[in-house]
Design a protein around this ligand. Structure first.
Ligand code: 7TS
Length: 415
């Protein structure tokens, strides 16, 4: 994907000063936090807005007629509008607050899948999926008698679209579910192409945008997808909240996912009827303060600009791949820098990823080691685990240098 020069360049050092986490030393070293794909750090602006909400405007929403309840409701609904604008959804009622991207995908798999899948149907995912966009589909396919098919990967860690016709010949494709950016390899997937293919088959397209929405513009209308899932915690927001966007006509036709308070229209002994969108899918007390934090995080990221963030992370990925390429005995996974987001996965020959990560931790470097919730991908790569370094708008090159220094130490320790 060609990245155009951003209108304004991002100043990572200035941005970093907004993040209190970097004010400490870890094992006596500056913190090189290279695990933002798992969860991002939080800017003071977001933390302050949540504190302000708890301190001045907190009450349960939608139920009260008093001032605080009205303020809290306005804050929650204001946050919903910010999410709508973030993803350019046509209607704010199409934004459902959920706990995270995992819950968003489960909502679709259960509420849409249970009523729309059956024997002879095909659910298509990819070898590159996070378990969150694999296991729910595998399970619901199993429950309904549908089959699960996978789009395979090339050796460079990109989706191999040459076999799409062969997949389509296996059954009636009803769902295509893929991520936009891979959390393991950083691969940027050709989602628009896959959406067009899914629609040609008469299928819906579910986009897991957990790793794209934090780093690039995600426009649901431009994408053409039917559902999009995001998590706030990966994009400078708090944990415990995420959003599902879905098309009105699909959401209206779906059964609810969770049942209880707030999601009803009327409850009688004989029958309960469901509330309007988005409430039908928001049973129970909403993640109010979390939504406010999510909104503040969106404001923060938009003020910097997603074009600038994306371009900066491409530079970091290229820098990291270059520096890691200097090391002997290191295997790098995934596509070249110009076709990946700010994520690099690698293995050090003869050293288990957990040992690598532990030695790096002693030097203040935080990376992830494991299967990254992508066991089908690990199987394809022929490894049990990898090391993964991932970047965000506050990442500076010195952190990548610190990683490379740390890897030299790993090599010495295990020589
Ligand atoms: N989809 C992708 C592509 C992800 O990377 C993740 C989380 C999820 C879905 C699930 O998000 P959640 O907020 O519901 O947990 N990825 C990672 C990771 O790479 N390391 O820890 C979590």
């Amino acid at each position: 994907m060609a990245v155009q020069a951003p209108k304004k360049r991002l100043d990572a050092r200035a941005i970093r000063a907004d993040f209190p986490i970097f004010e400490q030393l870890i094992h006596g070293q500056p913190l090189a936090f290279l695990d933002s794909a798992a969860s991002s750090q939080k800017p003071r602006q977001m933390l302050e807005e949540m504190t302000e909400f708890y301190s001045t405007s907190y009450a349960n929403v939608h139920r009260g007629v008093y001032v605080l309840a009205e303020r809290a409701t306005a804050a929650l609904e204001g946050a919903r509008e910010k999410v709508r604008a973030l993803v350019n959804a046509p209607d704010v009622r199409e934004i459902i607050f959920v706990r995270n991207a995992t819950e968003a995908i489960n909502l679709v798999a259960y509420s849409w899948g249970l009523n729309n899948l059956g024997p002879g149907d095909l659910v298509v995912v990819t070898e590159l999926e996070h378990h969150s966009n694999f296991v729910p589909w595998q399970y619901i396919a199993g429950r309904t008698g549908a089959k699960l098919a996978m789009i395979p990967l090339t050796d460079e860690g990109e989706l191999d679209l040459s076999g799409l016709d062969a997949i389509a010949a296996q059954g009636q494709i009803k769902v295509v579910a893929t991520n936009q950016v891979s959390n393991s390899l950083g691969t940027i997937n050709p989602v628009e192409k896959l959406v067009a293919w899914a629609h040609d088959q008469g299928a819906i397209f579910v986009c897991d945008a957990a790793q794209s929405a934090p780093h690039m513009t995600v426009d649901v209308q431009a994408l053409g997808a039917d559902f999009v899932a995001i998590s706030a915690h990966k994009m400078c927001g708090p944990s415990g909240v995420g959003a599902l966007w879905g098309r009105t006509e699909l959401l209206r036709a779906m059964e609810p996912f969770l049942l209880g308070g707030h999601m009803i229209n009327s409850v009688r002994l004989e029958k309960t009827t469901w509330g309007e969108l988005p409430h039908k899918f928001e049973a129970g007390t909403a993640p109010m303060a979390e939504a406010v934090g999510f909104g503040a995080a969106i404001d923060y990221l938009q003020a910097i600009g997603f074009d600038a963030i994306e371009a900066y992370e491409h530079e970091l990925a290229a820098y990291a791949l270059g520096r890691l390429g200097e090391l002997d005995g290191l295997t790098l996974y995934g596509p070249p820098a110009d076709r990946r987001a700010g994520i690099v996965s690698f293995n050090v020959e003869g050293v288990h990823p957990h040992d690598v990560a532990q030695i790096l931790d002693m030097q203040g470097v935080a990376i992830r080691a494991g299967h990254h919730c992508c066991q089908p991908l690990m199987q394809k790569l022929g490894v049990a685990a990898t090391n993964r370094a991932s970047f965000y708008l506050y990442t500076v090159r010195e952190e990548i240098d610190q990683l490379v220094e740390g890897l030299h130490t790993v090599r010495k320790v295990f020589a």
